[in-house]
Design a protein around this ligand. Sequence first.
Ligand code: SF4
Ligand code: SF4
Length: 245
Amino acid sequence: MIKGIVTDSKTKIKTEYREPIVGFADAKDKRFEQLKEIVALEHKLPTDILPAAETVISFFIPFAREVVKSNRQQANYTVQQWAVAYQETNQLIDQICRELSSFLAEEGIKSAWELPTYNFDQERLISFWSQRSAAKISGLGEFGLNRMLITEQGSAGRYGSIVIDKALTPSSDFKGQPCLYYQDGSCQVCIKNCPIGALTEEGFDRQLCYQRCLENAQLMNDKGLEGLFDVCGKCQVGPCAVVND
Ligand code: SF4
Ligand code: SF4
């Protein structure tokens, strides 16, 4: 279990993790406004989540190396360990936000948050609060060719964030470009790993990708797993998945 994160008996997490990282962004950072142009007009500002927003706290929970290895073993469809990690970590993020919010309330600090997933336009498949973008503005990493944020702990894992009404010193911007493709045109493992060609050098077909994620969800349900496992992650298990471990 992650150091410093307490889970109660209601959240039976089996997934193992590496050390999480945390960053802070000024809620008035202009880059949040730019997301309305980059992602969608409906993309929220921190003040849409909490009117008195001062700071966005963003965190990354990296999967254990074994979870990453598991999803490298089978080429086409996601493996159960990865799918379970995805679902359990979403629950964990929700629990972290709830517990953190209760703790902050005792200190007189208001907070609010968006769920780590399922807050997106079902037709356009566009998120109304991009956890990865919030993490980038919070200095946690830089985007790679696979559209994941690559952090000092790699890119395989899940992001969460919480908005608070207390001003904290923003984190410095992430320095450097960890994606090998953006460094020198090499690697492209993420593109080679995509079983359906949804990720290419030219761009990303989110509809095609989501279809594969839904197929994986059905496969997991067919195995008897309850819940929504709309995930794939084959483009997230390349050399940038785990670093500094
Ligand atoms: S797999 Fe390679 S090319 Fe793709 S994001 Fe990671 S480092 Fe970049
Ligand atoms: S998550 Fe989407 S883009 Fe990535 S490998 Fe799977 S289908 Fe391709």
